[in-house]
Design a binder for this molecule. Sequence first.
Ligand code: UAG
Ligand code: ATP
Ligand code: API
Ligand code: MG
Length: 488
Amino acid sequence: MKLNKIIEGCDVQSLIGGTEADVTNISNDSRRIKEGGLFVAVTGFELDGHKFIPGAVANGAKAVVLEDPAAVLKGHADVAWILVRDSREELARIAANFYGHPTEKMTLAGVTGTNGKTSTVFLIQNILKHAGRKTGLIGTIENRIGDRVVATERTTPEADELQALFARMLSEGVDSVVMEVSSHALDLHRVDHCKFHVGVYTNLTLDHLDYHETMENYRDAKAKLFERCQAAVVNMDDPQGGFMLQKAAGKKKLTYGIGREDVDLSAKNLRERLDGVHFTLTHEGREWEAYMQTPGKFSVYNGLAAIGCTLALGIPMEIALQALATESRIRGRFEAFPSPTGYVAIVDYAHAPDGLQNVLQAIREMSEKRVITVFGCGGDRDKSKRPVMGRIAGEMSDYCIITSDNPRTESPERIITDVEVGMQKTGCAYERITDRKAAIHKALSMGEKGDVVLIAGKGHEDYQVLGKEKIHFDDAEVVLEFFKEVRK
Ligand SMILES: CC(=O)N[C@H]1[C@@H](OP(=O)(O)OP(=O)(O)OC[C@H]2O[C@@H](n3ccc(=O)[nH]c3=O)[C@H](O)[C@@H]2O)O[C@H](CO)[C@@H](O)[C@@H]1O[C@H](C)C(=O)N[C@@H](C)C(=O)N[C@H](CCC(=O)O)C(=O)O
Ligand SMILES: Nc1ncnc2c1ncn2[C@@H]1O[C@H](COP(=O)(O)OP(=O)(O)OP(=O)(O)O)[C@@H](O)[C@H]1O
Ligand SMILES: N[C@H](CCC[C@H](N)C(=O)O)C(=O)O
Ligand SMILES: [Mg+2]
């Protein structure tokens, strides 16, 4: 594609060189640039992309988008230098132009909120599949083209990877895509120039203040989705639901909630079991019976969000309910493993206060005896949630083991101490076991008939990040190996 087409609509401050060159690849990562490439130099949080301009040019970049005029390389008249105000914003526009605005040729639904995004997008994809749509999914666990899995590193990919993925989906016949839209992505322009037919709001609770600093900034980042989507599906039981609805002024709206009549889609009469939850659904004066394979009130919210989204996309209620009843299990989300000795271990991805509280609430309502909780908090992430999670776990469990999550570059002991501050206020019996495998083994060896052992925080993750190193680690695998030894 010609460079002038690729930078169409960009806020160009000045330009050195011609724009007739054919550009064959684009990236904001110099290491990915190949002959004929366009490199976008981004001023990052850790590194300055302008420093990698020589590397990008050495790899064959024929155009460079940059914010700092001092970074233009002398003696490279064959390279076009495009000076802009905000490289991240231009990266999104350039990516959409380069890949031909794929989201304008497909149906796109985006889900945002602190908790429930991954769960809800899986439910939506299953409903869309049931309805005969050719689907794509983009989220934390993996991306999917139909049933084929494409690995991912991020909840919401960077703009260039994202547009490339949409284009690939389109070329493989996908007509409907559902994606998680993280607040980071909204704030960092990763989803600019994506045409969202539906935006779904789950909830807003404490997390990511390391990045957003205040809950208002965090809320405003999430709200951007509702300024852009054509139809909004909003949880009115969440205190910020009204705010999101306001942002969607003048658009189609569908509200949901539990046990209330002033919403479009309402659930009542929840009946919880360890293998799922039954409830009664009301929509446009009619009632339906619904079942989902993951228990907990929070699952009902995810179910309502998914039904709301697919109704907004024109899919009949009956199809949505069929899909929910048969395909609503999600890896690492309230995944239950019955032990040979009669207790149940649950692996769950709760890594923020609200998620932990919801999961423990669901377990409390079902467990006959003790609840033993193993958990920790991630390093290099929001520190304010640590004591809060400690308090919640302590208040809602009979015994806790505080362990490591992904300590990253922080001291695991320090993180545990931060969690312990909240735990100590509760009087709950607990211990610290830094090694996650040893912590899980201890909890499983304590389990007796009727108990529930909750292993929270890492869900589907098959790794642990210690320092800068990533090792293989899988909570479910540790549980299953332990049970195998018990059976011997
Ligand atoms: C805040 C954030 O999202 N930061 C991400 C971002 O950092 P950054 O853009 O500031 O980049 P940087 O690492 O400082 O580098 C600056 C620039 O130099 C470039 N570079 C770098 C090295 C090189 O050799 N050549 C080169 O060109 C980079 O591509 C980049 O454009 O781009 C980096 C490279 O792609 C990411 O590693 C980094 O992810 C950080 C580590 C991260 O973990 N992000 C998390 C918080 C995140 O995005 N999470 C959300 C939500 C999670 C949820 O669901 O709750 C997500 O969507 O995943
Ligand atoms: N609707 C919900 N409300 C509150 N908690 C929830 C909800 N759905 C799931 N949870 C809890 O939060 C955890 C994370 O859920 P999920 O992975 O669906 O969220 P997410 O928004 O995708 O998270 P992330 O931001 O890390 O991608 C679950 O394992 C569960 O403990
Ligand atoms: N999307 C979340 C995931 C946290 C998962 C937890 N296991 C951790 O590593 O902190 C985040 O980036 O904050
Ligand atoms: Mg997710």
